[in-house]
Design a protein around this ligand. Structure first.
Ligand code: AHR
Length: 609
């Protein structure tokens, strides 16, 4: 096959700066028990619901029912989350190791030798008592860190803060709070955070590194279906997720079936976007869930609520909501320039009516904000105003491969496309196969080619905690201490330089042009310019014309993503089975012959002198 690249400047077109980004959804414990580093699960005892006694899972007792009795009541000092845990120690002669409670975190806490962990908890004890807080192995036998805190007897709640430094490593540890003294103690809002988080902002550093490596230009958050809820009462509410963490009520994400304390809230998402250098895209609920809807006649308070969220992000530090943001530590506004009005709700009864109310109100208050409709404008024009429309695709590898030409046929007038969720899934995706990533690569070359109309694209879902495999496949797999990228993750790294690069027209002469996917860009790192050709062909002649510079073999490289079997996947034991391999391209030239592995996708970066 021959791939001709027209590299002349007059034929080149700039790819949008925003083309490739990420979509973070609170799914698969991506946030709670995921990138949010909080180690305690159900820290405020709210997950069992407001009716007491309630299920305190995953908390449990140390001792037996003759020595300790625990039950929730509603005596907390926090009005928005008033459930607390009352512990009554019944034994006169308690075991030396004490009785009490423990929390195993999210499938075990990763406690590492020499690292510091900050414990905060609220305690009330009518009589002065000693509490021992420890980090131990899951059976309580290995002691990794321990200290005893004396709580003065009072009828008021006391905030306890204690740093624990681990003297050993255990990946499935637990937090214990024990005592030997008979009496009653209440607990609430028990938090254990590693001292070392990304920029001190509460995120797991190694997982953020994976995101930084994608060079994401935008961050769409916090869902997905998570934003909608199966029922509106369980939808994500930004207002409940801001302010001091202790005062957040938390909520049950009913679509993905787990509780979140909302430590990772609206503010933290905005902070994450800033930390990643990505434009925040706030997906808000527009009064539509999977099963119930707000009538457009009654949508006004929801519109007001979203305007407040925008003031929280963008308002000055002395505005009503901007001052709340400032009090949380960010006096400078967060530059929210995009909002998505709902998620996958186009066909719903009140979607369009509600959409228009949100659209008009936001346009008036923030004329520069780009608004994203849930209705697909790729096949027919939208019947409502929008700056962008959402396009979601989850399909088999063959179909996605062939969808590389989907946007060739799309009207160039009207709103731009935001491919905010794409992935190969189900039939031949496995838990992230090479095959899936190859089809995604073909699709992405089509998005590059059509980036005059496709302004943004993101893979979904981004993260999965291996202990909650609700949705497969995903880009990044992790547990309490390990992580790896699936082939789909690595494939995205081959496209990360495309945002803001120059796109060149290509022509393919091949008897199997239908199965050939390719694209060509010029891009720059901090020092050099490169012509990058990406392709999946087995044997390829790359022929470039119109280059304004000469190709320098020194500094030219090729990167290939392949594996022995097209269904190969990565795993904790073999995390780099399918990962990009970079090597020098000693034959780099305007005309060059390359031979690639049968199931592979490669980039050729020709250094331009
Ligand atoms: O990415 C998983 C889910 O797929 C998202 O929550 C939703 O938008 C889509 O249906």
């Amino acid at each position: 096959a021959t791939l001709k690249v027209d590299a002349s400047p007059q034929s080149a077109r700039k790819i949008p700066e925003t083309l490739f980004g990420i979509f973070f959804e609170e799914i698969n414990h991506a946030g709670a028990g995921g990138i949010w580093a909080e180690l305690v699960s159900n820290r405020g005892f709210e997950a069992g619901g407001p009716h007491t006694p309630s299920n305190i899972d995953p908390w449990s007792i140390i001792g037996d029912d003759s020595s300790v009795f625990v039950a929730t009541d509603r005596t907390s000092c926090f009005s928005r989350n008033n459930v607390a845990l009352r512990m009554e120690v019944l034994c006169d002669d308690c075991p030396t190791a004490g009785v009490g409670i423990y929390n195993p975190g999210f499938w075990g806490m990763n406690i590492e030798d020499g690292k510091a962990y900050n414990l905060v908890m609220y305690v009330k004890s009518p009589e002065t008592t000693d509490l021992t807080v420890s980090l131990t192995s899951s059976d309580g036998l290995q002691n990794l860190a321990s200290t005893t805190i004396t709580v003065s007897g009072t009828s008021n709640w006391t905030k306890v803060e204690q740093k624990l430094v681990a003297k050993g490593t255990n990946r499935t540890s637990r937090l214990q709070i024990t005592t030997n003294k008979k009496g009653v103690v209440w607990f609430d809002q028990v938090s254990l955070m590693p001292e070392d988080t990304y920029k001190g902002h509460g995120f797991r550093t190694e997982l953020i590194s994976m995101l930084l490596d994608l060079k994401p230009r935008f961050l769409r958050f916090p869902g997905g279906c998570f934003v909608e809820g199966d029922w509106l009462r369980n939808a994500f509410r930004w207002r409940e997720s801001i302010g001091p963490w202790e005062e957040r009520p938390g909520h049950f994400g009913d679509v993905w079936h787990y509780w979140t304390d909302d430590g990772l809230g609206y503010y933290e998402f905005l902070q994450l976007a800033e930390d990643l250098g990505a434009a925040p895209i706030w997906v808000f609920n527009n009064g539509v869930s999977h099963n119930d809807e707000v009538d457009t006649a009654a949508i006004a308070p929801f519109v007001k609520d979203v305007l407040d969220s925008l003031e929280f992000a963008r308002g000055s530090a002395d505005s009503t909501w901007g001052s709340v943001r400032a009090a949380m530590g960010h006096p400078e506004p967060f530059p929210v320039k995009y909002v998505a009005i709902g998620n996958e709700d186009c066909g719903k009864k009140f979607y369009r009516g509600n959409y228009i109310k949100f659209y008009n109100a936001i346009r008036q208050a923030y004329p520069d904000i780009q608004m994203i409709s849930n209705c697909d404008g790729s096949s027919k024009p939208l019947d409502h105003p929008a700056d962008l429309y959402d396009f979601h695709v989850y399909t088999d590898s063959k179909t996605l491969f062939n969808m590389k030409s989907t946007f060739d046929r799309t009207s160039r007038s009207g709103p731009k496309a935001f491919v905010s969720e794409y992935a190969v899934w189900r039939s031949d995706a496995g838990r992230g196969s090479l095959l899936a990533s190859l089809a995604e690569a073909a699709f992405l070359t089509g998005l590059e080619k059509n980036s005059d109309i496709v302004q943004m694209a993101s893979y979904a879902p981004l993260f999965v905690n291996d202990n909650d495999r609700t949705w497969n496949p995903d880009a990044i797999v992790f547990n309490s201490w390990q992580h790896y990228g699936t082939p789909s993750y690595w494939m995205q790294t081959l496209f990360r330089e495309s945002s803001g690069a120059m796109l060149h027209p290509i022509t393919i002469s091949s008897s199997y042009s239908g199965s050939l996917a390719a694209s060509a860009i010029t891009w720059q790192d901090s020092e050099n310019s490169f012509l990058r050709v990406k392709a999946n062909a087995v044997s390829l002649t790359i022929s470039t014309t119109g280059l304004q510079a000469s190709v320098n073999a020194l500094g030219s490289t090729t990167t290939v993503l392949t594996s022995g079997n097209v269904m190969d996947e990565n795993s904790f034991s073999n995390p780099n089975k399918v990962a990009p391999v970079k090597s020098e391209l000693s034959n780099a030239a305007e005309q060059m012959q390359v031979t690639l592995a049968p199931h592979s996708f490669s980039t050729f970066d020709l250094a331009l002198a």
